[in-house]
Design a binder for this molecule. Structure first.
Ligand SMILES: Nc1ncnc2c1ncn2[C@@H]1O[C@H](COP(=O)(O)OP(=O)(O)OP(=O)(O)O)[C@@H](O)[C@H]1O
Ligand SMILES: N[C@@H](CCO)C(=O)O
Length: 306
């Protein structure tokens, strides 16, 4: 259950006074989710999702809300933030940053069909195209310099084989990274649990809080590594192909991007192997998180080349 911040009906009524959303009817906590507190809010005008941010600061929030507003206005399926009467997209509730967004129908899946992969790939390509006209920028907080630094912190906790593999992969990417390929805003965390599906259709991408500037192939690799990953941590060739075909139905890849894709997949493994290792070995006091198995991405890394 992840409703860490309790919001009373009276607090919600008072929050809603800043919006043109009619009268408050009810509030219902959403059980899924790890980082933030989420509620369905019903008013006389409809149903919305309230997020109360547990870790993000008020100053950090506008970038992400402006981004989802831009994307939804440009045909990308994602929740649109609701503007307050004064035009702001973010507010404060129970002393924490908060926002209201449109409520999407649908749910996530842990075992996607090929058509769901195709449609998610197509929507990711739409997002990449739409992002090129977004004016704000954000550095990727979890990229090469981050994993260099993190790998030093992790070194005492790793056995010799894992240490060697991690260092070798980091060095490989340092040599092979390309910065001249198409880039823009990337989601950077488009796992299966961050896409709501309505049957075979994409209802919307959620959780844009790692979105940043980056290489499109790296973003595609992050998504494919999760969407096509089988329980044995090998990639399902058909699901991978379906995802890539969907992507290319909207944004065809160049030969250089195609060549780079396997390198980006290895980098995407480093990213999530390292973040999960950090969560495991350095659990933050008071941080609300469930530790996910780091070895999934070590094993996927090993299996990518077999
Ligand atoms: N706009 C939306 N419309 C409908 N349902 C939503 C919407 N946003 C979130 N949800 C529901 O709330 C759940 C939790 O949302 P989310 O995954 O964003 O939680 P979080 O705690 O903010 O992030 P994370 O779980 O990645 O740490 C989702 O699985 C989904 O069921
Ligand atoms: N999608 C990430 C967690 C959120 O960044 C993971 O599965 O490790």
């Amino acid at each position: 259950m992840s409703v860490y911040t309790s919001v009373s009906d009276d607090e919600m009524r008072s929050f809603l006074r800043d919006y043109h959303l009619g009268r408050f009817i009810g509030l219902q906590g959403i059980a899924q989710g790890i980082t933030n507190s989420n509620y369905f809010v019903t008013t006389t005008q409809g149903r919305y999702v309230l997020t109360v941010f547990e870790a993000m600061t008020q100053a950090e929030l506008p970038y992400f809300l402006d981004l989802t507003q831009h994307l939804s206005a440009n045909g990308v399926a994602c929740p649109a933030p609701i503007a307050r009467i004064d035009g702001r997209l973010d507010g404060t509730l129970v002393g924490k940053p908060a926002c209201l967004v449109t409520c999407l129908s649908g749910g996530d899946t842990s075992s996607p069909s090929a058509l769901q992969c195709f449609n998610t790939g197509a929507m990711l390509a739409k997002m990449h195209l739409a992002s090129t006209s977004f004016p704000l920028t954000m550095n990727n907080p979890r990229y090469t310099s981050w994993w260099h630094e993190a790998s030093s912190r992790l070194s005492p906790f790793l056995d010799a084989e894992d240490e060697r593999l991690l260092q070798a992969e980091i060095a490989f990417f340092d040599k092979n990274e390309r910065t001249d390929l198409p880039a823009g805003i990337i989601h950077a965390d488009l796992f299966r649990d961050n896409v709501l599906l309505n049957g075979e259709q994409v209802a919307g991408f959620i959780d844009f809080y790692y979105a940043c500037n980056g290489n499109f192939m790296y973003d595609l690799a992050i998504a494919v590594n999760d969407w096509a990953r089988r329980a044995d941590n090998h990639l399902d060739h058909n699901l991978q192909q379906a995802f890539m075909r969907g992507y290319e139905s909207i944004r065809p890849l160049t030969a250089a991007e195609r060549d780079y894709f396997p390198i980006a997949q290895r980098a995407a493994c480093i990213r999530f192997w390292v973040s999960r290792l950090l969560d495991y070995h350095f659990p933050q006091v008071g941080e609300i998180t469930f530790i996910k198995d780091p070895n999934v991405f070590r094993d996927l890394l090993l299996n990518l080349s077999t």
